[in-house]
Design a protein around this ligand. Structure first.
Ligand code: ADP
Ligand code: MG
Length: 338
């Protein structure tokens, strides 16, 4: 049965970068203002994430990695909206099925923290003696430190499928960078364990615009134009905002960051629509930068998206995309005529 669970978990957590995405979202949900990621071998050997959020109460540790254990369903409407992210209460469970996972956590104001080890969804003895599976008292900072070692140690086929730790590290940097752009009040760092230099490092209390400059380059920062914020109630759009360029900023590729309801998502259709808009604005062969954040009534976001997919769908999709792309077009036009 564990093999089945391990394979299922490896479908949800396919690689370090998407484990990190889940862990970042948990830290953000916990109200953190500082999130530090460090990795060995691009996360294949070790993923560590320290936040300064709410912490986890000792009583909640035994069931932390139980599938579908979530603290985030409070009322019926929540159930609807929570499903928009495809799965709830499965991230930590899945990570515990495909790695050697541990948690050190302390709730602010408590005098002592707790350390707990997990395998296959359950608390285990961390080899610290005593044979007890209970969480152990531990020195800890306020917040939560989650470690996942030896990712896919028990799923050899998956383990073998990775090209290189460097490639995995770049994918992680990409995810952390995008969350840092979207959460400018939170200080993020991402580095290789045991090194001093961080590849991503943002201050707390920044702005989206200055984080884009910091992370994607000053040259881009100078070109940025603000989209919105606007509201389109009839389409359930509570907010559209973003930053885009009206110039070719890169030698390599276009960059598209899309957040819907504060989750990093993909929308193939939105991307295509934005790209075709840009071909009208930019000389052939040049590249665009778009960061867009949409808040959509959660009840309109498709509940049937498979957990492994970042691809998102929503009600009145074509109209919503048309509206958003029009906002971008308006921004570009205003800039060109002023
Ligand atoms: P979900 O986020 O869908 O609830 P997860 O498996 O990602 O499911 O997390 C399970 C639960 O563990 C969360 O609901 C939350 O209560 C708790 N949790 C996870 N990570 C953290 C964290 N960094 N800080 C505080 N609580 C956390
Ligand atoms: Mg989660």
């Amino acid at each position: 049965a564990d093999v089945v669970n391990q394979i299922a978990a490896a479908e949800i957590i396919h690689r370090p970068a998407n484990a990190i995405k889940e862990l970042l979202e948990n830290s953000l949900d916990a109200g953190s203002t500082s999130i530090k990621v460090s990795l060995k071998d691009g996360g294949l050997k070790l993923i560590q994430i320290q936040d300064n959020g709410s912490g986890i109460r000792k009583d909640d540790l035994p069931l932390l990695c139980e599938r579908f254990a979530t603290s985030k369903i409070r009322k019926f409407e929540d159930l609807l909206s929570l499903h928009t992210y495809g799965f709830r209460g499965e991230a930590l469970a899945s990570i515990s099925f495909v790695s050697r996972m541990s948690v050190v956590t302390k709730v602010k104001g408590e005098s002592v923290g707790w350390k707990a080890f997990y395998r296959d969804g359950k608390l285990v003895d961390g080899g610290q003696g005593g044979g007890l599976e209970d969480p152990k008292p531990s020195a800890a900072n306020d917040g939560t430190l989650i470690s996942a070692e030896d990712l896919f140690y028990n799923v050899p086929m998956r383990r073998k499928s990775f090209k290189s730790p460097a490639d995995e590290y770049n994918r992680v940097l990409d995810v952390v960078t995008k969350y840092a752009v979207h959460n400018p009040k939170v200080a993020f760092t991402c580095k290789k364990a045991g090194t001093a230099q961080a590849e991503v490092s943002t201050p707390s209390d920044s702005t989206t615009r200055s984080n884009i400059s910091l992370l994607y380059g000053n040259a881009l920062g100078k070109e940025l134009l603000q989209v919105g914020p606007t509201i389109h109630k009839s389409l359930g759009i509570e907010k559209v905002e973003g930053w885009v360029t009206n110039a070719n900023w890169s030698q390599k590729r276009s960059t598209f960051l899309l957040f819907i309801n504060h989750r990093l998502v993909d929308s193939y259709k939105m991307k295509k629509a934005a790209e075709s808009l840009y071909t009208a604005y930019l000389p052939k062969g040049s590249f665009a930068f778009l960061y867009l954040s949409l808040e959509i009534d959660p009840a309109r976001v498709d509940v049937n998206v498979h957990p492994t997919k970042q691809e998102i769908h929503f009600l009145d999709e074509d109209e919503v995309i048309e509206t958003v792309v029009k906002e971008v077009a308006l921004t570009l036009t205003n800039a060109n005529t002023s």
